[in-house]
Write a protein that binds this ligand. Structure first.
Ligand SMILES: [Zn+2]
Length: 545
């Protein structure tokens, strides 16, 4: 069986804050040897540090202003307020398209933002947001083969009240992905194979207080505390890495990549409560069930969630014909609302002439943004004395490109700080109805995403080195380079040559190819000009209608 040229092992949310000490203390022998033999460093994720924009950037080598994905939902502006995004929404060509177009083969397993799966020269099994298991597979017949060889396809794990049981199910879901990867590497060899293990992310969100004695929720756990929950997740990942490395030879370049890092959350700031207190956000009365559904939804995105299960829950309450987006629309009194936070983790101004029920005149837009920036940065948590928001960016300050207009108007960056040697951050809660501006985190989101992910590379021509200045946009061009394929000139990321030794880079100069013309508003579907037929087709494809 031929070995792949490149094997990418994606670990959702993995952080060196845990990997480094656990590697040193002998818990993670495969991480330790990869790091000793290879080149590694902390990797800059997207803003926000979230799976949807981050894996889209991984796939395209473009920053969000050019691929158009800023969160799991995007604005629609015209009728409903937010719509879910999918692989159809990504602007720009993906790594798998480029590799396929060069006549090379790819195998893509559970990379977020690949649903619906697209035809590639090889195969693709989509990950989160697939409505059901068979729909995740391209070509469709691969589904039966995987089920036959690996057992029933575990495509998501439903949250459980029982913390032992939920953890056990997440771990067995991880093990299943490893088994599927082994089967695919063995029986369906390709030139580039990428797998993402997502389940470490919900484990860290929920079980952080179990191992962190300073966490405000630690004492509330009592007998249900599972202090080794996260460690067991990392040990299983380490074992999975070992099993996958055993399947490949020395000619394969191995990249271990996370989409963002992680840190504890000791305090939560309910941004919409803050907006409501200022009269900038007004809710309609008597919508409490709908509101709690919307809040639930925001947290659910952090566990294995599907649009279909979400649709069922939300649509059941709203009645037929609606999509989930109007939950927020119907909760908010748009005729009196100037700004809402979320669900795209940004501040969205209800702008006249742009948004379907816009009330903020364009002439007041900049003044409102200035005031929000100043007031939000000036807010302090009375308990810790800290500012929950470190910085607030105008979207044009951080996003450039033809679809940067899909970004929120303002993007707040939560404050990170260190306490008791522990990296910690404020959670920015998207809850609309929360009664308190500041609170302890919920059990489901006791830790959150950090901007720093991980990058480890080992393989032909790769030296042992510590790397600085690595961005997730650098992944696609670096993978193309490692495969000996041409790299488009106009990507936002660049080929990382630092991991390679000088002789390798001299013998393998980067081949650039001319960029293709960027078609604004053509590829993406979550756009104001989207026509209703296309929308209906897409919602049908997503299992909504
Ligand atoms: Zn997460």
């Amino acid at each position: 069986m031929p070995d792949p040229r490149v094997l990418v092992i994606g670990l959702d949310g993995a952080t060196f804050d845990l990997i480094e000490p656990w590697s040193e203390s002998g818990h993670l022998p495969n991480f330790a040897s990869l790091m000793a033999e290879g080149a590694w460093g902390r990797m800059r994720s997207t803003m926000p540090a979230n799976s949807a924009p981050a894996w889209s950037t991984f796939a395209t080598g473009l920053e969000p202003g050019r691929h158009g994905i800023f969160y799991f939902v995007g604005p629609s502006r015209d009728s409903e307020y937010f719509r879910p995004v999918s692989s159809e929404s990504i602007h720009g060509r993906t790594l798998w398209d480029r590799i396929s177009a060069q006549g090379r083969t790819v195998g893509i397993l559970n990379v977020p933002m690949t649903y619906p799966p697209k035809p590639v020269n090889g195969y693709m099994i989509a990950g989160m947001l697939s409505p059901n298991a068979p729909a995740a597979f391209w070509p469709p017949e691969l589904y039966q083969q995987v089920v036959q060889e690996c057992g029933d396809y575990v495509f998501r794990v439903q949250p459980q009240q029982d913390r032992h049981l939920f953890l056990a199910q997440l771990l067995s879901g991880m093990e299943y992905r490893c088994r599927v990867s082994e089967y695919l590497l063995e029986h369906h060899p390709v030139d580039m194979f990428a797998v993402v293990f997502r389940m470490i992310d919900p484990i860290m969100h929920r079980y952080w207080p179990d191992m962190d004695h300073h966490h405000p929720l630690h004492a509330t756990l009592g007998d249900s505390a599972l202090p080794d929950a996260i460690l067991s997740g990392y040990r299983l990942l380490d074992e999975a890495i070992g099993r996958l490395l055993a399947r490949i030879g020395s000619r394969t370049t191995v990249l271990v990549v996370s989409d963002h890092g992680f840190r504890a959350e000791y305090r939560r700031f309910a941004v919409n409560k803050w907006l409501r207190d200022r009269g900038l956000l007004v809710l309609r009365p008597g919508r409490s069930t709908l509101l709690s559904a919307a809040e639930d939804w925001a947290e659910r995105l952090h566990v294995e969630m599907t649009l279909k299960s979400l649709g069922k829950q939300a649509l059941g309450r709203l009645g037929g014909g609606a999509t989930f987006a109007p939950i927020l629309f119907k909760s908010v009194d748009w005729s009196h609302t100037q700004v809402v936070f979320g669900p795209n983790v940004g501040l969205n101004i209800n702008l006249e002439g742009r948004d379907f029920a816009g009330i903020v005149p364009v002439s007041r837009y900049e003044a409102l943004r200035d005031r929000l920036i100043e007031d939000l940065k000036g807010r302090r948590d009375p308990e810790t004395g800290l500012a929950p928001v470190a910085e607030v960016y105008r979207r044009e300050e951080i996003y450039k490109g033809p679809v940067a207009n899909l970004a929120p108007d303002l993007v707040p960056e939560p404050t990170e700080y260190t306490t008791n040697g522990q990296r910690c951050g404020f959670g920015l809660a998207p809850s609309l109805t929360g009664g308190q501006e500041f609170s302890s985190p919920s059990r489901r989101l006791a830790a959150g995403h950090a901007r720093e992910g991980i990058f480890i590379a080992r393989g032909p021509g790769i030296r042992s080195a510590n790397l600085a200045d690595v961005g997730i946009a650098d992944m696609a061009p670096t993978i193309l380079y490692a495969m000996g394929l041409p790299v488009p000139k106009n990507l936002d990321g660049r080929v990382l040559t630092a991991p390679f030794d000088a002789a390798y880079v001299a013998a393998h100069p980067i081949q650039y190819e001319d960029p293709e013309v960027e078609a604004a508003g053509k590829a993406g579907r979550v756009l104001p000009e989207e026509d209703e037929v296309a929308l209906e087709q897409r919602l049908r494809g997503l299992g909504y209608l």
